[in-house]
Design a protein around this ligand. Structure first.
Ligand SMILES: *[C@@H]1O[C@H](CO)[C@@H](O)[C@H](O)[C@H]1NC(C)=O
Ligand SMILES: *[C@@H]1O[C@H](CO)[C@@H](O)[C@H](O)[C@H]1NC(C)=O
Length: 340
């Protein structure tokens, strides 16, 4: 007698769920496998992953009211090219805090000429100028008597436009010109954090090569050598690193999407004071990239005393984002810049 498969089959073998299970297992696999090819075909998809400007944290911030988060600060807008307007917070030195109460933008602009050094702060990817560690930066360096101008690049926060490396350069140089027109002889620094470190070196190099202007100093917090190296080393790409063709499909696509951020090339062209800050426990951009950038700059600089690397031990727990919380930071920076 023929075997009756319905009798022999285990009772759970209704199997209606099998196609679902297959889909459930296959979907992530297909996504995983097709992702690198999609990137190769549509490199501009990388913009989303690199810039993360759609992650607008913290939520519910009224950018026009920075005083809710940090004292002695005003919000302003600057049109950096036709059709692109960026939002900026200007924090004045806290020694001018009492005077600053209730003052308008004109007072803040005039304050720029008060001989205190001016930091143009270039934040990392994701979030806005209101993010906690960025606000902390304004507080700490404002208390140390710097002016700070923190912009949200095009495509971030309340700034208009779309993010791109060239666009960021335009935004930063326009802000530099705006500051320079108001700050008399005060020293102007570019301070970049994370993604912003590449923007800082781009801008410093352009100033020097295209206009013969040397920026007062460049500070690079948690930097990388160039965006390709960064992508090859950040934890989020780990699952793709063993993927055959990772370099060709993903890393090479960065350049095809117009993303270079070549700090390692840029620093070779600079001669201004260059300070590199990196925490040993940086879990996003490995400290070895900061060390490499330092070595590259040190080799290229004629005056080696102008290049310095400061590392922060793991036990401080500063990681990738929290160097601005280190109480000694302003003193370390002033010491490097030979300020009292
Ligand atoms: C502003 O300064 C005052 C007085 O020092 C302080 O109480 C207040 O918390 C500060 N505000 C912010 C947002 O830090
Ligand atoms: C800026 O420096 C120049 C040259 O040293 C000097 O002539 C000028 O008076 C200075 N301006 C201000 C506002 O200090």
């Amino acid at each position: 007698m023929a075997r009756n498969i319905w009798v022999d089959a285990p009772s759970w073998a209704g199997r209606w769920w099998l196609p679902w299970l297959r889909t459930l297992l296959l979907a992530p696999l297909l996504t995983y496998v097709s992702f690198p090819f999609l990137i190769r075909l549509f490199p501009s998809l990388l913009n989303k992953f690199v810039y993360l400007n759609f992650l607008s944290f913290p939520l519910f911030v009224d950018f026009r009211r920075p005083e809710l988060l940090v004292n002695n600060t005003i919000n302003l807008y600057l049109t950096t090219e036709p059709g692109v307007t960026v939002g900026i917070w200007h924090t004045v030195p806290s020694s001018r805090g009492a005077e600053a109460q209730g003052k308008d933008q004109r007072w803040y602009e005039e304050a720029l000429a008060d001989a205190h050094p001016v930091i143009i702060y270039l934040h990392g990817n994701g979030g806005t100028r209101a993010a906690r560690h960025r606000v902390q930066f304004l507080k700490a360096m404002g208390a140390a008597d710097f002016h700070i101008l923190a912009l949200d690049y095009r495509g971030y926060a309340d700034s208009t436009g779309y993010p791109s490396e060239n666009g960021f350069n335009t935004d930063v140089l326009a802000l530099y010109d705006w500051v320079k027109a108001r700050s008399g002889n005060s020293s102007i620094l570019f301070w970049g954090h994370s993604l912003g470190t590449g923007i800082a070196t781009n801008a410093a190099r352009k100033l020097q090569e295209e206009r013969g202007v040397q920026i007062g100093a460049v500070v690079l917090e948690s930097p990388y050598t160039n965006i390709r190296d960064a992508a090859a080393n950040i934890p989020i790409t780990k699952i793709f690193r063993q993927f055959p063709g990772f370099g060709y499909l993903i890393l090479d696509s960065m350049a095809r999407a117009g993303m270079f951020f070549p700090s390692d090339e840029n620093v070779k062209t600079l001669s201004c004071p260059l300070l590199i800050l990196h925490a040993d426990d940086d879990g996003v951009v490995p400290p070895k990239l900061g060390h490499q950038l330092y070595e590259t700059a040190l080799q290229a600089y004629r005056d080696k005393s102008k290049v310095k690397l400061i590392t922060f031990p793991q036990k401080l727990g500063l990681g990738h984002d929290y160097i601005s919380f280190h109480p000694e930071l302003p003193a370390l920076v002033k010491d490097f810049l030979n300020m009292k």
